[in-house]
Design a protein around this ligand. Structure first.
Ligand code: APR
Length: 255
């Protein structure tokens, strides 16, 4: 059931976005929940309650035994990538950008749905699960090519040199891509408003970006189902689904 004050909160958030010179969105798994992609944490468990991230998504374990990662990838691929389409929340961010009310989308998501929806400036902090590379010859592979190799062997190998493949995602224990992080930090510092959508805000350094906005005098608006550690410092917190809130928010900002 909708919180009684969601409409008022959307109205207040829209006022902040309209008045801002520079708005940046910061998104997490929750924005893709309505596209059918499971979140990592939050209500109902999430992927990391079924798969131990230390085993399935850490660089240490990937180096030791990459087959865990690839099994995880094989399990979730159909659900995560095959059927998933951008939802109204992704599309609302596209509208805001086109109308000149959104500078960029900084995302922790690896699903590629922001670009697919039509967002032009997207910073993928954690990489993309649609790109792969060979750790030996550095050949680049598409999702379909990696999938074909995975059908032949676990873990899969490079079609050119038989070297080990890896996803172009940031695994736990790895650094974020430096130039993407630098650009994200600059955008966060200079934003008057950071619109956080669908993130538990517990994984750093990414989760530190809204804090940077605050420290530099900007406001933080959070749209998330469930609590986050930044709720207390947010100018507006809307505890409701992104696909429900964002189209209304964009409509109210653009009018
Ligand atoms: N709308 C808005 N928020 C939602 C929705 C929805 N429809 N459905 C779920 N949520 C909330 C969840 O309740 C949770 O608080 O979205 C949040 C998603 O949090 P996480 O699953 O922790 O996702 P995220 O913050 O993106 O995770 C950060 O952790 O494991 C790593 O690398 C992974 O990029 C990921 C990082």
């Amino acid at each position: 059931m909708e919180q009684p004050d969601v409409g008022k909160l959307i109205f207040r958030a829209a006022g902040l976005l309209r008045a801002a010179r520079r708005v940046v969105a910061f998104t997490g798994a929750g924005i893709s929940a309505d596209s059918g992609i499971p979140t990592y944490r939050g209500a109902g468990g999430g992927l990391w309650s079924r798969y131990d991230p230390d085993k399935y998504a850490s660089i240490d374990y990937f180096r030791k035994d990459p087959s865990y990662y690839w099994r995880f990838f094989r399990d979730v691929r159909h659900q995560v990538l095959e059927a998933a389409q951008p939802n109204p929340a992704h599309l609302a961010l596209v509208e805001l950008e086109r109308a000149g009310h959104l500078e960029a989308v900084i995302t922790q998501n690896i699903d590629g749905l922001h670009a697919e929806a039509g967002s032009r400036r997207v910073l993928e902090l954690h990489g993309s699960t649609r790109r792969f590379s060979c750790q030996s010859c550095l050949a680049r592979l598409s999702l379909d090519e990696a999938w074909e190799r995975l059908a032949l062997a676990l873990p899969p190998s490079c079609p050119q040199c038989e070297g080990p493949l890896r996803p172009d995602v940031v695994l736990f224990g790895e650094m974020l891509p430096e130039c993407v992080l630098r650009e994200a930090i600059e955008l966060s510092r200079s934003a008057d408003v950071m619109l956080v959508v669908g993130s538990s805000l517990v994984v750093h350094p990414a989760a530190g970006l809204p804090i940077l906005t605050r420290e530099h005098g900007g406001r933080v608006v959070i749209v998330n189902v469930g609590e986050t550690p930044l709720d207390q410092v947010a100018a507006v917190k809307i505890d409701a689904g992104a696909a429900h809130v964002l189209p209304r928010l964009a409509g109210s900002v653009i009018q």
